[in-house]
Design a protein around this ligand. Structure first.
Ligand SMILES: [Zn+2]
Length: 219
């Protein structure tokens, strides 16, 4: 939930509401504000606009900060990805627009149309103008991946653009360029590091994996 709140300016966080249940259901509550006032808020805060787009879409979304991505293979079989072994600590899945491999390498878990998981323990770096590695804000990772997932899931746009049209990745980069908290290189990372110790976590991750892949969890 702090990841979601981090997308929005401090003063606009009052409009974000999370419901109960296993996962907090996101909604935006603008109280007595008129649509004109709401539109003014949205146009002044690209992060709030992104949450508004996702919260008002008819598709079903799930965002998780986790070390386990409980998703499905293209065939539909349940498959757990351990974020320790992932290349960038992000698993961004959609039933609609295609992924960066031009297909559906992984599909959402449960009954979601869009399912985004970002490693809870990992962190990323980007390169600054001098070529030095600097840490990339978690907030910008969440912004980019959520914007990309929205374009794929609700607008049906593939990751890669075609015939001169921008793809979901390009649109997410453009959106981040309009965002007050933008990173130096929207949509780009240089390194991903996960401090989780393989030896300590291997057993428990394997138990979760065998349980999920064989019988699944309800979510
Ligand atoms: Zn991207």
């Amino acid at each position: 939930m702090s990841d979601i709140q981090s997308l929005v300016s401090q003063t606009n966080r009052q409009y974000i509401k999370f419901g109960g249940g296993t996962f907090g259901m996101l909604s935006l509550d603008f109280g007595e504000l008129s649509q004109k006032e709401i539109n003014a808020l949205l146009s002044g805060d690209e992060g709030l606009k992104l949450l508004y787009d996702v919260a008002t879409a008819s598709e079903k979304y799930l965002y998780e900060a986790s070390e386990t991505a409980l998703v499905r293979k293209e065939s539909g079989a349940r498959f757990m990805i351990s974020m320790i072994f992932d290349s960038n600590g992000v698993v961004d899945t959609s039933l609609n627009g295609k992924d960066s491999n031009g297909g559906y390498t992984f599909k959402p878990g449960g009954s979601y149309d869009g399912h985004l998981i970002i490693s809870s323990e990992g962190s990323c770096q980007e390169v600054d103008a001098n070529g030095s590695l600097i840490s990339k804000s978690r907030s910008s990772m969440v912004f980019h991946e959520l914007a990309e997932n929205y374009e794929r899931t609700t607008n049906g746009i593939d990751y890669h653009g075609q015939n001169g049209q921008p793809g979901a990745h390009d649109i997410a980069v453009s959106r981040e360029n309009r965002w007050s908290n933008r990173s130096l290189i929207p949509g780009g990372i240089a390194t991903y590091n996960n401090p989780n110790n393989y030896r300590n976590r291997y057993m428990i991750l394997n138990i979760i994996k065998s349980q999920y892949d064989s019988t699944g969890f309800n979510f």
